[in-house]
Design a binder for this molecule. Structure first.
Ligand code: GLC
Length: 583
């Protein structure tokens, strides 16, 4: 047994001992619920904790400085101990890596730098043996310009695959067809001298957009879904889904005031985002995966501008995506109790029959530790954000390293930047390398990520104290907090699938809510102090027909001990977190 494995077991035993302590003290109603109230007809994804892995940065098994599939397989026991139910792996398909895998040159193969198809099959098998499902990334909007489909398409105006992409004449000499801008800077059109036309790309020029209006493209992409479903995956995270279609008449997008980080005028992406046809495509994808057993899941990446667009992703008959990522919640970017309350209310009331899906970290945005940290209480704030993620009704998605409080480590010199948007946008936009640095496993060289002399991105200096090995041994660490939260979410039906009831709606600083399992009266009270002031919070739960006058701590930061806390005076430290069972 490796030292890491034995330490994980130790941590698990500590967690089990703590859980035992909770249950001894837990109200009778909750104990009864554990045994009887599981709703077993729910699909797995409704109660899952989904963990995003950026394969380049998780674990390098062969010393080439880049993470790989066998590295992920090596770390499955860690994920199991953490309490993860499914992993979403960002693209591992063959790719020139211009956008680090989001430029795919072959949808049905594995990039040799990540391993082989046999390695992939073994990963799926080993994950399954640990009850961990594997979710693939489906990059539907665009391919790599090195994809044979595009190579054919650009070869002549009459090539059968010409219409697989969006080719148009310029408006005039050296003028693109319209003013559409790439999300990654500058015109969304690139001129191809060989055939004298422009092709459209929402992202980099090396990522030409597929033409989803062409039935052959749709067919080919549905076959990609089938290919991976046949290999035993549990579903897909669909990349950039709201951008699948563009206005066929090519209207210019409306201009907005100011300029973006790349120096282009700001525009509203009115004619390239959220066209109604997106929903036809989503329905078709759903029909394909629904032909497989095991409740496959579709997750959509789309920074929907409002709750209306977000809830459309479920489909009018809940026949599209089961888990649309809620970017509104992810992008609050400040500790604001009123704003979080408003957004949680919105999705709770509007996603009728649909399951909310929350996350705060991913491979495209600054890590929460920095985004929400105040420079003094960052660890407390990281725990508070973990509690918010793991105690609402939403299915939670984590990103590797958030459970140890990994810090965004942005390159300080342009020449070190790997992400092209950091090169194009420097210094205003420094790219996304900062949130993609290698996972910090232990105190050894390169934090145990790689034996290479030079990993693809440097390991942040923080690794000596902020790593799995150190935090597993520390009961108050962020990692221990995550493990306990995940264990509570798994074991308490009120947290698993209880209703959400906002409390103290007028409180400007403290976000409080109940999760309630009405079947047996179990309630869990969550109190998150989003201010830097100590607070004493009072609750009147009579309107909820809860007569108890105290809450039994299940998990708190800083720890409030195990004695019941009176509901008319719950003491909250600055940025404190309290999760308690209400009698
Ligand atoms: C998504 C991915 C991002 C990528 C982009 C283009 O937003 O999350 O990493 O750069 O799509 O594929």
């Amino acid at each position: 047994m490796s030292p890491i494995r034995s330490r994980s077991l130790l941590a698990l035993l500590i967690c089990l001992a703590l859980a035992g302590a909770f249950s001894q003290e837990t109200p009778t109603a909750i104990r009864a619920d554990h045994a009887t109230q599981r709703n077993t007809s729910d699909p797995w994804w409704k109660h899952a904790v989904i963990y995003e892995i950026y394969p380049r940065s998780f674990q390098d098994s062969n010393g080439d400085g880049v993470g790989d599939i066998n590295g992920i397989t090596q770390r499955l026991d860690y994920l199991k101990d953490l309490g993860v139910d499914a992993i979403w792996i960002t693209p591992m398909y063959p790719s020139p890596q211009v956008d680090f895998g989001y430029d795919i040159s072959d949808y049905t193969a594995i990039d040799p730098q990540y391993g082989t198809m046999a390695d992939f099959d073994r990963l799926v098998k080993e994950a399954k043996a640990r009850n961990i499902r594997v979710i693939m990334d489906f990059v539907a909007n665009h391919t790599s310009d090195q994809n044979p489909w595009f190579i054919e398409s650009r070869s002549s105006r009459t090539n059968p695959k010409r219409d697989w992409y969006i080719w148009r004449d310029g408006k005039g000499p050296a003028q693109p067809p319209n003013n559409w801008l790439s999300w990654f800077g500058h015109s969304a059109w690139t001129f191809d001298g060989k055939t004298g036309q422009y092709y459209y790309h929402y992202f980099y020029p090396q990522q030409p957009d597929l033409n989803w209006r062409n039935p052959q493209v749709r067919q080919a992409m549905m076959d990609v879904l089938r290919f991976w479903m046949d290999r035993g995956v549990a579903g897909f995270r669909i990349d950039a889904v709201s951008r699948l279609y563009e206005d066929p008449k090519l209207h210019d997008d409306p201009l907005l005031p100011g300029k973006n980080a790349y120096g282009d005028p700001n525009i509203e992406h009115k004619y390239t985002d959220n066209l109604p046809e997106v929903h036809d495509a989503l329905r078709e994808m759903r029909q394909v995966v629904d032909q497989y057993p095991g409740n496959p899941v579709l997750i959509s990446e789309a920074d929907e501008p409002n709750i209306i667009e977000l809830t459309k992703m479920y489909g009018s008959r809940l026949d599209e995506v089961q888990l649309p990522m809620d970017f509104q919640v992810a992008d609050v970017n400040r500790l604001s109790a009123p704003r979080f309350r408003e957004l949680i209310d919105q999705i709770d009331h509007n996603a009728v029959g649909g399951q909310p899906y929350f996350f705060f970290n991913n491979h495209d945005q600054d890590r929460t530790w920095n985004r929400y940290g105040d420079g003094v209480h960052n660890d407390d704030i990281a725990k508070l954000m973990a509690a918010l993620l793991l105690t609402t009704r939403a299915t939670p998605q984590m990103y590797y390293g958030e459970e140890i409080g990994m810090v965004t480590t942005t390159p300080s010199r342009k020449e070190d930047v790997k992400d092209p948007i950091g090169k194009i946008g420097w210094p205003k936009e420094k790219g996304r390398d900062g949130e993609r640095t290698p996972m910090q496993w232990d105190t050894s060289t390169n934090a145990g990520f790689s034996a290479s002399a030079k990993p693809w991105l440097s390991v942040p200096a923080s690794y000596t104290t902020r790593n799995v090995e150190v935090e597993e041994k520390e009961p108050n660490s962020i990692l221990s907090f995550y493990k306990q939260l995940i264990a509570l979410r798994r074991s308490l039906p009120a947290l698993r699938d209880g209703s959400y009831i906002a409390l103290n709606r007028q409180d400007p600083d403290v976000l409080s809510y109940l999760r309630r399992n009405r079947a047996n009266g179990e309630s869990v009270l969550v109190v998150l102090n989003m201010s830097n002031q100590a607070k004493t919070v009072s609750f009147d739960l009579m309107p909820e027909e809860i007569s108890g006058s105290s809450a039994k701590p299940l998990l708190s930061n800083p720890s409030t001990g195990t004695a019941a806390v009176p509901l008319n005076a719950v003491p909250m430290a600055p940025f404190g977190t309290f999760v308690g069972a209400v009698k």
